[in-house]
Design a protein around this ligand. Structure first.
Ligand code: KET
Length: 454
Protein backbone atom coordinates (compact mmCIF):
# COMPACT_ATOMS: atom_id res chain seq x y z
CA UNK A 1 0.00 0.00 0.00
CA UNK A 2 1.02 3.59 -0.53
CA UNK A 3 3.13 4.66 2.45
CA UNK A 4 1.15 7.84 3.00
CA UNK A 5 -2.09 5.91 3.20
CA UNK A 6 -0.79 3.30 5.67
CA UNK A 7 0.70 5.96 7.87
CA UNK A 8 -2.70 7.60 8.05
CA UNK A 9 -3.82 4.81 10.38
CA UNK A 10 -1.11 5.52 12.96
CA UNK A 11 -2.13 6.83 16.33
CA UNK A 12 -1.00 10.34 15.43
CA UNK A 13 -3.41 10.69 12.49
CA UNK A 14 -6.65 12.66 12.69
CA UNK A 15 -10.10 11.02 12.82
CA UNK A 16 -10.79 12.01 9.22
CA UNK A 17 -7.45 10.53 8.11
CA UNK A 18 -8.38 7.29 9.89
CA UNK A 19 -11.76 7.20 8.14
CA UNK A 20 -10.09 7.84 4.81
CA UNK A 21 -7.60 5.08 5.44
CA UNK A 22 -10.42 2.66 6.43
CA UNK A 23 -12.18 3.43 3.17
CA UNK A 24 -9.03 2.93 1.16
CA UNK A 25 -8.37 -0.43 2.87
CA UNK A 26 -11.91 -1.47 2.11
CA UNK A 27 -11.77 -0.42 -1.52
CA UNK A 28 -8.40 -2.07 -2.09
CA UNK A 29 -9.45 -5.24 -0.30
CA UNK A 30 -6.70 -4.88 2.28
CA UNK A 31 -9.20 -5.00 5.13
CA UNK A 32 -12.13 -7.41 5.38
CA UNK A 33 -14.02 -5.05 7.60
CA UNK A 34 -15.00 -1.48 7.24
CA UNK A 35 -16.19 0.91 9.83
CA UNK A 36 -19.17 2.08 7.79
CA UNK A 37 -20.37 4.25 10.64
CA UNK A 38 -17.19 6.25 10.69
CA UNK A 39 -17.38 6.78 6.94
CA UNK A 40 -20.99 7.89 6.92
CA UNK A 41 -20.29 10.38 9.66
CA UNK A 42 -17.24 11.74 7.88
CA UNK A 43 -16.78 15.42 8.51
CA UNK A 44 -17.55 17.84 5.64
CA UNK A 45 -13.87 18.59 5.26
CA UNK A 46 -13.03 14.99 4.55
CA UNK A 47 -14.43 15.29 1.04
CA UNK A 48 -16.40 12.04 1.34
CA UNK A 49 -20.14 11.91 1.95
CA UNK A 50 -20.10 15.32 3.51
CA UNK A 51 -20.66 18.59 1.68
CA UNK A 52 -19.24 18.85 -1.81
CA UNK A 53 -15.64 19.98 -2.17
CA UNK A 54 -17.24 22.72 -4.28
CA UNK A 55 -19.70 23.83 -1.59
CA UNK A 56 -17.87 27.15 -1.13
CA UNK A 57 -18.60 28.16 -4.72
CA UNK A 58 -20.93 31.12 -5.09
CA UNK A 59 -23.46 31.29 -7.88
CA UNK A 60 -22.23 33.38 -10.81
CA UNK A 61 -24.59 35.88 -12.40
CA UNK A 62 -26.03 35.02 -15.81
CA UNK A 63 -24.27 36.51 -18.84
CA UNK A 64 -25.68 40.01 -19.53
CA UNK A 65 -26.60 39.06 -23.11
CA UNK A 66 -27.10 35.28 -23.26
CA UNK A 67 -28.76 35.42 -19.82
CA UNK A 68 -31.58 37.43 -21.39
CA UNK A 69 -32.47 34.37 -23.47
CA UNK A 70 -32.41 32.21 -20.32
CA UNK A 71 -34.93 34.55 -18.67
CA UNK A 72 -37.01 34.71 -21.86
CA UNK A 73 -37.19 30.91 -22.08
CA UNK A 74 -38.60 30.76 -18.55
CA UNK A 75 -41.44 33.18 -19.33
CA UNK A 76 -44.68 31.28 -20.12
CA UNK A 77 -46.35 34.33 -21.75
CA UNK A 78 -47.54 33.70 -25.34
CA UNK A 79 -46.68 37.27 -26.34
CA UNK A 80 -43.11 37.27 -25.05
CA UNK A 81 -40.53 38.83 -27.33
CA UNK A 82 -36.77 38.30 -27.22
CA UNK A 83 -34.85 41.36 -28.42
CA UNK A 84 -31.79 40.52 -26.34
CA UNK A 85 -29.27 38.46 -28.23
CA UNK A 86 -28.25 39.60 -31.70
CA UNK A 87 -29.76 36.78 -33.70
CA UNK A 88 -31.73 37.26 -36.89
CA UNK A 89 -35.41 36.29 -36.94
CA UNK A 90 -37.81 36.11 -39.88
CA UNK A 91 -41.05 38.13 -40.12
CA UNK A 92 -42.61 35.12 -38.38
CA UNK A 93 -40.16 35.44 -35.52
CA UNK A 94 -38.32 32.25 -36.44
CA UNK A 95 -34.56 31.65 -36.74
CA UNK A 96 -33.42 31.59 -40.36
CA UNK A 97 -31.21 29.08 -42.12
CA UNK A 98 -30.19 30.63 -45.44
CA UNK A 99 -31.19 28.70 -48.56
CA UNK A 100 -27.66 28.85 -49.82
CA UNK A 101 -26.46 27.29 -46.56
CA UNK A 102 -29.00 24.46 -46.90
CA UNK A 103 -27.76 23.88 -50.44
CA UNK A 104 -24.13 23.76 -49.33
CA UNK A 105 -25.01 21.33 -46.57
CA UNK A 106 -26.78 19.09 -49.04
CA UNK A 107 -23.69 19.08 -51.22
CA UNK A 108 -21.58 18.11 -48.24
CA UNK A 109 -23.92 15.26 -47.33
CA UNK A 110 -24.03 13.99 -50.91
CA UNK A 111 -20.26 13.96 -51.25
CA UNK A 112 -19.34 10.44 -50.14
CA UNK A 113 -15.64 11.21 -50.45
CA UNK A 114 -15.82 13.49 -47.44
CA UNK A 115 -14.33 12.14 -44.25
CA UNK A 116 -14.27 13.31 -40.65
CA UNK A 117 -10.50 13.49 -40.19
CA UNK A 118 -9.02 16.20 -38.00
CA UNK A 119 -8.40 19.48 -39.72
CA UNK A 120 -4.91 20.98 -39.41
CA UNK A 121 -4.38 23.17 -36.32
CA UNK A 122 -5.03 26.28 -38.43
CA UNK A 123 -8.22 24.85 -39.93
CA UNK A 124 -9.44 24.43 -43.49
CA UNK A 125 -6.89 26.01 -45.87
CA UNK A 126 -9.46 26.92 -48.50
CA UNK A 127 -11.73 28.53 -45.93
CA UNK A 128 -8.84 30.60 -44.60
CA UNK A 129 -7.85 31.88 -48.00
CA UNK A 130 -11.42 32.79 -48.94
CA UNK A 131 -12.07 34.46 -45.58
CA UNK A 132 -9.04 36.71 -46.00
CA UNK A 133 -10.27 37.67 -49.46
CA UNK A 134 -13.74 38.38 -48.18
CA UNK A 135 -12.59 40.87 -45.58
CA UNK A 136 -9.52 42.35 -47.28
CA UNK A 137 -10.82 42.31 -50.84
CA UNK A 138 -9.99 39.90 -53.65
CA UNK A 139 -7.35 42.25 -55.03
CA UNK A 140 -5.66 43.02 -51.76
CA UNK A 141 -1.89 43.47 -52.23
CA UNK A 142 -1.36 42.10 -48.73
CA UNK A 143 -2.83 38.77 -49.82
CA UNK A 144 -0.98 38.80 -53.10
CA UNK A 145 2.29 39.40 -51.31
CA UNK A 146 1.59 36.56 -48.83
CA UNK A 147 1.76 38.97 -45.93
CA UNK A 148 -1.44 37.69 -44.33
CA UNK A 149 -1.81 34.67 -42.14
CA UNK A 150 -5.33 33.43 -41.54
CA UNK A 151 -6.37 30.76 -39.08
CA UNK A 152 -9.85 29.28 -38.70
CA UNK A 153 -11.16 29.85 -35.20
CA UNK A 154 -14.31 29.30 -33.15
CA UNK A 155 -16.41 32.11 -34.55
CA UNK A 156 -15.76 35.75 -33.69
CA UNK A 157 -15.20 35.15 -30.00
CA UNK A 158 -12.63 32.42 -30.57
CA UNK A 159 -10.83 34.55 -33.15
CA UNK A 160 -10.60 37.43 -30.70
CA UNK A 161 -9.34 35.13 -27.99
CA UNK A 162 -6.65 33.50 -30.12
CA UNK A 163 -5.51 36.91 -31.38
CA UNK A 164 -5.39 38.28 -27.86
CA UNK A 165 -3.45 35.29 -26.50
CA UNK A 166 -0.98 35.65 -29.33
CA UNK A 167 -0.52 39.36 -28.59
CA UNK A 168 -0.17 38.76 -24.85
CA UNK A 169 2.62 36.28 -25.57
CA UNK A 170 4.47 37.97 -28.41
CA UNK A 171 3.68 41.67 -28.67
CA UNK A 172 5.62 44.29 -26.76
CA UNK A 173 2.52 46.19 -25.56
CA UNK A 174 0.00 44.45 -23.33
CA UNK A 175 -2.56 47.25 -23.19
CA UNK A 176 -5.63 47.10 -25.37
CA UNK A 177 -7.98 50.07 -25.71
CA UNK A 178 -11.61 49.13 -26.28
CA UNK A 179 -14.44 51.57 -27.01
CA UNK A 180 -16.78 52.63 -24.26
CA UNK A 181 -19.33 51.13 -24.47
CA UNK A 182 -18.57 47.93 -26.36
CA UNK A 183 -19.75 44.32 -26.70
CA UNK A 184 -19.89 43.02 -23.12
CA UNK A 185 -17.63 40.07 -23.77
CA UNK A 186 -14.68 42.13 -25.03
CA UNK A 187 -13.19 43.08 -21.66
CA UNK A 188 -13.50 39.51 -20.40
CA UNK A 189 -11.93 37.93 -23.49
CA UNK A 190 -8.97 40.30 -23.46
CA UNK A 191 -8.38 40.25 -19.72
CA UNK A 192 -8.43 36.46 -19.56
CA UNK A 193 -6.03 36.31 -22.49
CA UNK A 194 -3.55 38.31 -20.43
CA UNK A 195 -4.01 41.81 -21.83
CA UNK A 196 -4.67 44.88 -19.77
CA UNK A 197 -7.90 46.58 -20.82
CA UNK A 198 -8.43 50.35 -21.01
CA UNK A 199 -11.26 52.22 -22.68
CA UNK A 200 -11.48 55.09 -25.14
CA UNK A 201 -14.48 57.39 -25.42
CA UNK A 202 -16.78 56.42 -28.25
CA UNK A 203 -20.39 57.33 -27.66
CA UNK A 204 -22.04 60.58 -26.70
CA UNK A 205 -25.32 59.82 -24.88
CA UNK A 206 -26.54 63.39 -25.41
CA UNK A 207 -26.27 63.38 -29.20
CA UNK A 208 -26.65 59.61 -29.35
CA UNK A 209 -23.83 59.78 -31.87
CA UNK A 210 -20.07 59.38 -31.99
CA UNK A 211 -17.93 61.21 -29.47
CA UNK A 212 -15.31 61.79 -32.11
CA UNK A 213 -13.41 64.43 -30.19
CA UNK A 214 -13.21 62.17 -27.12
CA UNK A 215 -12.10 59.25 -29.27
CA UNK A 216 -9.28 61.24 -30.85
CA UNK A 217 -8.16 62.61 -27.50
CA UNK A 218 -8.10 59.19 -25.83
CA UNK A 219 -6.30 57.43 -28.66
CA UNK A 220 -4.01 60.45 -28.93
CA UNK A 221 -2.91 60.00 -25.33
CA UNK A 222 -2.58 56.21 -25.49
CA UNK A 223 0.99 54.93 -25.12
CA UNK A 224 2.82 54.29 -28.38
CA UNK A 225 2.26 50.77 -29.65
CA UNK A 226 -0.92 50.11 -27.65
CA UNK A 227 -3.47 47.78 -29.20
CA UNK A 228 -6.81 49.34 -30.21
CA UNK A 229 -9.96 47.31 -30.67
CA UNK A 230 -12.10 48.70 -33.49
CA UNK A 231 -15.53 47.48 -34.56
CA UNK A 232 -15.18 47.09 -38.32
CA UNK A 233 -18.81 48.16 -38.82
CA UNK A 234 -22.19 48.19 -37.07
CA UNK A 235 -20.73 49.04 -33.67
CA UNK A 236 -22.28 46.95 -30.91
CA UNK A 237 -24.18 48.10 -28.87
CA UNK A 238 -24.48 51.69 -30.13
CA UNK A 239 -25.14 51.22 -33.86
CA UNK A 240 -22.92 54.28 -34.36
CA UNK A 241 -20.04 54.06 -36.86
CA UNK A 242 -17.46 56.69 -37.82
CA UNK A 243 -17.92 58.19 -41.28
CA UNK A 244 -15.41 57.41 -43.98
CA UNK A 245 -13.63 60.72 -43.31
CA UNK A 246 -13.56 60.03 -39.58
CA UNK A 247 -12.10 56.57 -40.19
CA UNK A 248 -9.39 58.20 -42.25
CA UNK A 249 -8.55 60.53 -39.36
CA UNK A 250 -8.52 57.62 -36.93
CA UNK A 251 -6.20 55.74 -39.25
CA UNK A 252 -3.78 58.64 -39.55
CA UNK A 253 -3.70 59.17 -35.81
CA UNK A 254 -3.21 55.49 -35.08
CA UNK A 255 -0.46 55.05 -37.63
CA UNK A 256 1.32 58.17 -36.42
CA UNK A 257 1.38 56.73 -32.89
CA UNK A 258 2.12 53.14 -33.99
CA UNK A 259 -1.11 51.95 -32.36
CA UNK A 260 -1.93 48.39 -33.44
CA UNK A 261 -5.46 47.96 -34.87
CA UNK A 262 -7.37 44.84 -33.87
CA UNK A 263 -10.62 44.78 -35.87
CA UNK A 264 -13.66 42.88 -34.70
CA UNK A 265 -15.73 42.15 -37.81
CA UNK A 266 -18.87 40.39 -36.62
CA UNK A 267 -21.35 42.10 -38.95
CA UNK A 268 -19.83 42.33 -42.43
CA UNK A 269 -22.77 42.75 -44.82
CA UNK A 270 -25.25 43.32 -42.02
CA UNK A 271 -24.73 47.05 -41.70
CA UNK A 272 -25.25 48.30 -45.24
CA UNK A 273 -26.20 45.07 -46.96
CA UNK A 274 -22.93 45.25 -48.92
CA UNK A 275 -19.99 43.05 -47.97
CA UNK A 276 -17.51 45.46 -49.56
CA UNK A 277 -18.91 48.62 -48.02
CA UNK A 278 -18.87 47.06 -44.57
CA UNK A 279 -15.22 46.07 -44.96
CA UNK A 280 -14.05 49.56 -45.89
CA UNK A 281 -12.62 50.46 -42.50
CA UNK A 282 -10.42 47.35 -42.45
CA UNK A 283 -9.33 47.81 -46.05
CA UNK A 284 -8.28 51.41 -45.38
CA UNK A 285 -5.90 50.24 -42.69
CA UNK A 286 -4.52 47.45 -44.86
CA UNK A 287 -4.10 49.71 -47.89
CA UNK A 288 -1.50 51.82 -46.11
CA UNK A 289 0.81 48.83 -45.87
CA UNK A 290 0.69 48.72 -42.07
CA UNK A 291 -0.09 45.81 -39.82
CA UNK A 292 -3.32 44.81 -38.13
CA UNK A 293 -5.40 41.93 -36.81
CA UNK A 294 -8.94 41.05 -37.90
CA UNK A 295 -11.37 38.71 -36.19
CA UNK A 296 -14.17 37.58 -38.51
CA UNK A 297 -17.43 35.88 -37.62
CA UNK A 298 -19.86 34.07 -39.91
CA UNK A 299 -22.45 33.84 -37.14
CA UNK A 300 -24.64 36.69 -38.39
CA UNK A 301 -23.85 37.21 -42.05
CA UNK A 302 -24.20 33.53 -42.92
CA UNK A 303 -26.51 32.69 -40.04
CA UNK A 304 -24.06 30.06 -38.79
CA UNK A 305 -24.34 31.07 -35.12
CA UNK A 306 -24.10 27.64 -33.52
CA UNK A 307 -21.65 26.25 -36.05
CA UNK A 308 -18.98 28.52 -34.56
CA UNK A 309 -17.22 29.56 -37.77
CA UNK A 310 -14.77 32.42 -37.82
CA UNK A 311 -11.25 33.42 -38.75
CA UNK A 312 -8.38 35.43 -37.39
CA UNK A 313 -6.17 37.19 -39.91
CA UNK A 314 -2.94 38.90 -39.04
CA UNK A 315 -1.68 41.26 -41.71
CA UNK A 316 2.08 41.66 -41.51
CA UNK A 317 4.61 43.78 -43.34
CA UNK A 318 6.46 40.85 -44.86
CA UNK A 319 5.73 37.27 -45.94
CA UNK A 320 8.39 35.67 -43.75
CA UNK A 321 7.01 37.47 -40.70
CA UNK A 322 3.49 36.25 -41.50
CA UNK A 323 4.70 32.69 -41.78
CA UNK A 324 6.52 32.87 -38.43
CA UNK A 325 3.44 34.46 -36.84
CA UNK A 326 1.38 31.54 -38.10
CA UNK A 327 3.77 29.05 -36.56
CA UNK A 328 3.23 30.74 -33.20
CA UNK A 329 -0.56 30.91 -33.64
CA UNK A 330 -0.46 27.13 -33.90
CA UNK A 331 1.19 26.99 -30.49
CA UNK A 332 -1.64 29.10 -29.08
CA UNK A 333 -4.37 26.97 -30.67
CA UNK A 334 -3.05 23.43 -30.13
CA UNK A 335 -3.32 23.39 -26.32
CA UNK A 336 -6.56 25.42 -26.39
CA UNK A 337 -8.80 23.26 -28.59
CA UNK A 338 -6.29 21.43 -30.82
CA UNK A 339 -7.99 22.18 -34.13
CA UNK A 340 -11.30 23.67 -35.25
CA UNK A 341 -14.50 21.89 -36.37
CA UNK A 342 -14.89 20.98 -40.02
CA UNK A 343 -18.57 21.30 -40.89
CA UNK A 344 -19.27 25.03 -40.71
CA UNK A 345 -16.02 26.00 -42.39
CA UNK A 346 -16.81 23.61 -45.23
CA UNK A 347 -20.19 25.29 -45.73
CA UNK A 348 -18.53 28.70 -45.91
CA UNK A 349 -15.84 27.49 -48.30
CA UNK A 350 -18.43 26.02 -50.69
CA UNK A 351 -20.38 29.27 -50.74
CA UNK A 352 -17.41 31.60 -51.09
CA UNK A 353 -15.70 29.71 -53.88
CA UNK A 354 -18.68 29.26 -56.20
CA UNK A 355 -19.74 32.41 -58.02
CA UNK A 356 -23.42 31.49 -58.18
CA UNK A 357 -23.64 30.46 -54.58
CA UNK A 358 -21.75 33.56 -53.53
CA UNK A 359 -24.22 35.72 -55.44
CA UNK A 360 -27.13 33.90 -53.88
CA UNK A 361 -25.64 34.53 -50.47
CA UNK A 362 -25.24 38.26 -51.10
CA UNK A 363 -28.91 38.46 -52.09
CA UNK A 364 -30.09 36.68 -48.96
CA UNK A 365 -27.74 38.77 -46.85
CA UNK A 366 -29.08 41.98 -48.36
CA UNK A 367 -32.63 40.82 -47.63
CA UNK A 368 -31.74 40.38 -43.96
CA UNK A 369 -30.01 43.76 -43.78
CA UNK A 370 -32.94 45.46 -45.56
CA UNK A 371 -35.47 43.87 -43.23
CA UNK A 372 -33.55 45.21 -40.25
CA UNK A 373 -33.37 48.67 -41.80
CA UNK A 374 -37.11 48.62 -42.50
CA UNK A 375 -37.77 47.66 -38.87
CA UNK A 376 -35.96 50.82 -37.84
CA UNK A 377 -38.32 52.93 -39.91
CA UNK A 378 -41.35 51.02 -38.65
CA UNK A 379 -40.41 51.48 -35.02
CA UNK A 380 -39.59 55.14 -35.52
CA UNK A 381 -42.94 55.74 -37.25
CA UNK A 382 -44.82 53.84 -34.53
CA UNK A 383 -43.29 55.98 -31.78
CA UNK A 384 -44.03 59.17 -33.69
CA UNK A 385 -47.64 58.03 -34.20
CA UNK A 386 -47.97 57.54 -30.44
CA UNK A 387 -46.45 60.92 -29.70
CA UNK A 388 -43.88 59.27 -27.47
CA UNK A 389 -41.86 62.01 -25.78
CA UNK A 390 -38.28 62.36 -26.98
CA UNK A 391 -36.32 62.48 -30.20
CA UNK A 392 -36.22 58.99 -31.62
CA UNK A 393 -34.40 59.80 -34.85
CA UNK A 394 -31.38 57.82 -33.62
CA UNK A 395 -33.39 54.66 -34.33
CA UNK A 396 -33.16 55.37 -38.06
CA UNK A 397 -29.69 56.90 -37.93
CA UNK A 398 -28.04 53.98 -36.18
CA UNK A 399 -26.83 51.03 -38.22
CA UNK A 400 -26.52 47.27 -37.89
CA UNK A 401 -28.35 44.79 -35.77
CA UNK A 402 -29.00 46.95 -32.73
CA UNK A 403 -30.65 50.12 -31.63
CA UNK A 404 -29.18 51.70 -28.53
CA UNK A 405 -32.44 53.19 -27.35
CA UNK A 406 -31.35 55.32 -24.42
CA UNK A 407 -33.88 53.55 -22.19
CA UNK A 408 -32.55 53.09 -18.66
CA UNK A 409 -32.35 49.94 -16.54
CA UNK A 410 -35.61 50.64 -14.75
CA UNK A 411 -37.46 51.25 -18.00
CA UNK A 412 -36.08 48.00 -19.44
CA UNK A 413 -37.17 46.09 -16.31
CA UNK A 414 -40.63 47.65 -16.61
CA UNK A 415 -40.96 46.59 -20.25
CA UNK A 416 -39.98 43.05 -19.39
CA UNK A 417 -42.37 42.86 -16.45
CA UNK A 418 -45.37 44.51 -18.06
CA UNK A 419 -44.91 43.68 -21.76
CA UNK A 420 -42.78 40.49 -21.71
CA UNK A 421 -40.20 42.20 -23.89
CA UNK A 422 -36.67 41.00 -23.22
CA UNK A 423 -33.60 43.11 -23.97
CA UNK A 424 -30.23 43.84 -22.40
CA UNK A 425 -30.36 46.14 -19.40
CA UNK A 426 -28.31 48.85 -21.17
CA UNK A 427 -31.34 49.57 -23.37
CA UNK A 428 -30.03 47.79 -26.46
CA UNK A 429 -32.62 46.11 -28.65
CA UNK A 430 -31.95 43.67 -31.44
CA UNK A 431 -33.80 45.06 -34.45
CA UNK A 432 -33.28 41.68 -36.12
CA UNK A 433 -35.66 40.12 -33.61
CA UNK A 434 -38.49 42.51 -34.52
CA UNK A 435 -41.27 42.05 -37.10
CA UNK A 436 -44.19 44.04 -38.51
CA UNK A 437 -46.41 42.19 -36.07
CA UNK A 438 -44.34 42.96 -32.98
CA UNK A 439 -43.46 46.60 -33.69
CA UNK A 440 -46.72 47.89 -32.13
CA UNK A 441 -46.10 45.86 -28.97
CA UNK A 442 -42.60 47.30 -28.67
CA UNK A 443 -43.77 50.83 -29.42
CA UNK A 444 -46.52 50.55 -26.77
CA UNK A 445 -43.99 49.27 -24.27
CA UNK A 446 -41.47 52.03 -24.99
CA UNK A 447 -44.22 54.64 -24.83
CA UNK A 448 -45.42 53.33 -21.46
CA UNK A 449 -41.87 53.06 -20.09
CA UNK A 450 -40.94 56.59 -21.13
CA UNK A 451 -44.15 58.16 -19.80
CA UNK A 452 -44.47 56.12 -16.60
CA UNK A 453 -40.93 55.24 -15.46
CA UNK A 454 -38.45 58.04 -14.98
N1 KET B 1 -18.01 40.70 -31.70
C1 KET B 1 -19.12 41.45 -31.55
C2 KET B 1 -19.02 42.91 -31.68
C3 KET B 1 -20.33 40.80 -31.29
O1 KET B 1 -21.41 41.57 -31.18
C4 KET B 1 -20.40 39.41 -31.17
C5 KET B 1 -21.66 38.75 -30.84
C6 KET B 1 -19.21 38.69 -31.35
C7 KET B 1 -18.03 39.37 -31.60
C8 KET B 1 -19.11 37.21 -31.25
O2 KET B 1 -19.92 36.47 -32.01
P1 KET B 1 -19.62 34.94 -32.32
O3 KET B 1 -20.92 34.26 -32.14
O4 KET B 1 -18.59 34.44 -31.37
O5 KET B 1 -19.13 34.94 -33.71
N2 KET B 1 -22.63 39.37 -30.36
C9 KET B 1 -23.99 38.86 -30.08
C10 KET B 1 -24.07 37.51 -29.47
C11 KET B 1 -23.26 37.32 -28.22
O6 KET B 1 -23.27 38.16 -27.32
O7 KET B 1 -22.63 36.24 -28.13
C12 KET B 1 -24.72 39.90 -29.23
O8 KET B 1 -24.14 40.94 -28.88
O9 KET B 1 -25.92 39.70 -28.97
Amino acid sequence: MHPQLTSASSSTSSPSDRRLSALVRHLTGSSPEIDSQSILSASPTSGFHGDSVFSHIVRAPEDPILGVTVAYNKDPSPVKLNLGVGAYRTEEGKPLVLNVVRKAEQMLVNDRSRVKEYLPIVGLAEFNKLSAKLILGAESPAIRENRVTTVQCLSGTGSLRVGAEFLAKHYHQRTIYIPHPTWGNHPKVFTLAGLSVKTYRYYNPVTRGLNFQGLLEDLGSAPSGAIVLLHACAHNPTGVDPTFQQWEQIRQLMRSKCLLPFFDSAYQGFASGSLDADAQSVRMFVADGGECLVAQSYAKNMGLYGERVGALSIVCRAADVASKVESQLKLVIRPMYSNPPIHGASIVAIILKDRNMYNEWTIELKEMADRIISMRQQLFDALRARGTPGDWSHIIKQIGMFTFTGLNKEQVAFMTKEYHIYMTSDGRISMAGLSLKTVPQLADAIHAAVTRVV
